[in-house]
Design a protein. Structure first.
Length: 169
């Protein structure tokens, strides 16, 4: 999305130019990339109520232990914590409640089939704002075994050691 803005040009004439809006991340789920092998990710809208958007814009959200599940042909996000807005009123909603994810019917059908057949899970990786609208990066993921987690830790440590030695030279 583009924002129209006026600016004083050097000769004193006002002009109109466009500035692109940046996407801002509200919260990320770093634990998900450690716990799961990410097979596919997609963007979904999320239905929010009242002052939840303001809390998200302040960066106050937690995606730890959250997951998505199909109920009645719709996807819902569970265990996502958005604390009440500090300057809100009695219209604040519960911090942990199921939130509806907005996807096309064919996408929902395909995701639920893969979850059921391949024993996968739907995990949110990130919640962010795109053109002023809250979006969730949802991943189709397979749980890692303990030895896979250990291999990732060893690989990460060896990469750090290599970078450190290269920096010393």
């Amino acid at each position: 999305m583009w924002i129209l803005s006026t600016s004083l040009i050097s000769d004193g004439i006002y002009g109109i130019f466009t500035v692109p809006m940046k996407d801002t991340s509200a919260s990320t789920n770093r634990k998900a990339r450690f716990t799961y092998t990410i097979l596919e990710s997609l963007e979904a809208g999320i239905e929010l109520k009242g002052t939840e958007v303001k809390s998200l814009r302040n960066g106050q959200a937690s995606l730890v232990d959250s997951f998505a599940r199909n109920e009645g042909g719709e996807l819902f996000l569970y265990n996502m914590h958005i604390p009440p807005y500090a300057f809100g009123n009695r219209a604040n909603v519960e911090p942990i409640r199921p939130r509806k994810l907005l996807l096309h019917r064919s996408q929902i059908r395909r995701l639920t089939e893969e979850v059921a057949l391949k024993r996968l899970t739907l995990v949110p990786l990130k919640i962010y704002f795109k053109n002023g609208i809250a979006k969730v990066e949802l991943a189709l993921a397979k749980p890692k075994k303990l030895y896979d987690k250990r291999e990732d830790i060893k690989k990460r440590d060896s990469d750090r050691e290599i970078k450190r030695r290269l920096a010393e030279q």
